[in-house]
Structures are given as structure tokens and as C-alpha cells.
Design a protein. Sequence first.
Length: 73
Amino acid sequence: MYLLLLLVLIGRSSIYMLHSLMLIVCMKDKLEYWLKYRVQFMIRTVFPFFHLQSETVTTQIINRRVTHHLPQT
């Protein structure tokens, strides 16, 4: 009884995984567009400096910290 239930659950989950894989393969172009533009747009909205190169952002953060802690003359 439990073995049959386990086989049914495994079968259903594998069908769902196969269906998801087929959707990803069939909608590859739309998925690529979504990941490329929409997700970047959402990230840029939350983090406005995301479009800059990481080195530039790191340099800006370091410069801010260094100049903030320098004694004023």
C-alpha cells in the first residue's frame, strides 16, 4: 500500500518536472528575454548602481569610507 502511494507520488512529481522542462524548452526565447531584461530591470530598480561595473561600485564605496574618515584640514 505504502509502496504504491510512493510510486504514485514519484510518478506525479516526475510528470510535473517533465512538463516544466518542456515549457522551458518551448519558451526558451521568452525565458531568455525575461531573465535578460525584466530581471535586470527589477534589480536595477531596487539597486540603482547595479548597471555600473562592480569595480566602479566597489571603488566608490571604498572612496566614500576613506574620505569620510579622513581628518579634515
